[in-house]
Write a protein that binds this ligand. Structure first.
Ligand code: SF4
Ligand code: SF4
Length: 408
């Protein structure tokens, strides 16, 4: 049988290049889904073997296609297999393209149809009112008036929040922290407010490339109208869309400079533009490399550099860190497809966190922060999970009402 989308993207040959070394199953920090399921098809190798067998007609579609579909969507797109593979199979792209194939075959998981409907009706993945992107929490911030005034104003720099950072209580703290930091250094920037639509990541990641096009085009047009040249975002999932995947899957070249929020903060600190880090935090902090920030985009050093600047911080790496960091479980839209499975994967992360002396778990990904903050207490671990921007704001002596409400 054929996989037309793989063919269209010139990726079908990769099903025949796997050397069957099994590094992607047993390597340090390798595949979290295989570690939980212990089934070959949930590893990179297994998915390639099954795809190859179907292509060669050694397994009939009625015997293997549904299982392959479950494995392709039962993956966090963490990039662990791609990182470790000795023959450099571009797994993350392959999985997204294969998800597109299953969509065209009418085999998209039912749960995703519901997610898509919510997203396209509300223009955000939470299904909330768009006006709440700022007004849902701006009363928490001391810069409320300035922030509301920035909506839709022309500027060369834009701060793109992303859905988690607009609507999830704990992730919003990093958005507030970042706006306060940007105001402190007198950065001139714009925000779209209710005109900011989801970047489309939940659709692009699940293979519905065309479903994401209108969302991407809306945001691009809004920024062009405002004269924007540079877009800063704290969300590495949004970053990946803006920096790479609009081009890769939608053939859109928007021409904006895209900056990951912690690259922005690290540069400000290095250039001496962000001073006044005078409040010692007096904590031991570990750092979780979210997959889209780390393996999928290569931002390993920038977040660690930010932590180095913070007074009173003792840093301790997780046992699995940087390229070997375990996914928290929330990647690849797995929470929407199979929440129990995502929860099981998070236990690997919990074990890693428990092996450190950290008082606080930090990350540079709003979705990871949100998911880990949800999962750690359920596993009996009472360590706060904080976004790096929140720690920077605290070291600057900045505070706001929401901070106390969330972290007590
Ligand atoms: S992307 Fe991650 S979860 Fe998916 S198969 Fe590869 S290592 Fe496993
Ligand atoms: S690491 Fe690469 S070559 Fe080795 S089994 Fe996995 S997919 Fe095949």
């Amino acid at each position: 049988m054929d996989f037309p989308s793989l063919k269209e993207h010139d990726l079908q040959e990769y099903a025949f290049t796997c050397a069957q070394c099994s590094f992607c199953q047993v390597g340090h920090g390798a595949c979290p889904t295989y570690k939980v399921k212990r089934r070959d098809s949930f590893s990179g190798k297994g998915k390639m073997m099954l795809t190859r067998a179907l292509m060669q007609g050694r397994i009939r579609p009625s015997e293997g296609l549904e299982g392959l579909r479950d494995a392709i969507f039962g993956c966090t797109l963490c990039g662990g297999c791609e990182e470790i593979c000795q023959v450099d199979i571009p797994f993350v792209k392959i999985y997204q393209v294969m998800r597109n194939d299953f969509l065209k075959r009418g085999m998209w998981p039912e749960e995703l149809s519901m997610t898509k409907e919510i997203l396209l009706k509300s223009n955000n993945i939470q299904g909330q009112a768009q006006m709440d992107r700022i007004e849902g929490w701006s009363y928490w911030t001391p810069n409320e008036d300035e922030l509301l005034d920035k909506q839709g104003t022309p500027a060369k720099t834009a701060f793109f929040f992303g859905c988690a950072s607009s609507f999830r209580g704990i992730s919003i703290q990093a958005t507030i922290a970042t706006t306060l930091i940007m105001d402190k250094i007198e950065e001139k920037y714009t925000v779209l407010g209710e005109e900011e639509y989801c970047c489309g990541a939940p659709l692009i990641m699940t293979g519905d490339f065309e479903g994401a096009r209108a969302l991407a085009e809306h945001n691009i047009q809004k920024y062009k109208e405002l004269g924007v040249e540079r877009i800063i975002t704290n969300c590495p999932g949004c970053y990946k869309m803006w920096a790479h995947e609009y081009h890769e899957f939608l053939d859109i070249d928007h021409g904006f400079e895209i900056v990951y929020g912690y690259q922005y903060l690290a540069d400000l600190l290095d250039e001496g533009k962000l001073t006044g880090l005078n409040t010692p935090l007096d904590v031991t902090v570990t750092y979780h490399d979210g997959c889209d920030a780390g393996r999928n985009s290569g931002f390993y050093e920038e977040p660690r550099k930010v932590l180095e600047y913070l007074p009173g911080v003792t840093f301790e790496e997780l046992p699995h860190n940087k390229a070997n960091c375990f996914c928290c479980g929330s990647g690849g839209v797995l929470r929407a497809v199979d929440a129990d499975f995502a929860n099981q994967i998070s236990r690997l992360k919990v074990e890693d966190i428990e092996a450190t002396n950290a008082d606080i778990v930090s990350s540079g990904c709003p979705s990871c922060v949100d998911f880990m903050a949800d999962q750690l207490p359920q596993a009996g671990v009472n360590k706060p999970v904080k976004d790096l921007a929140v720690l920077v704001a605290q070291a600057l002596g900045l505070t706001w009402d929401g901070l106390d409400e969330i972290y007590g």
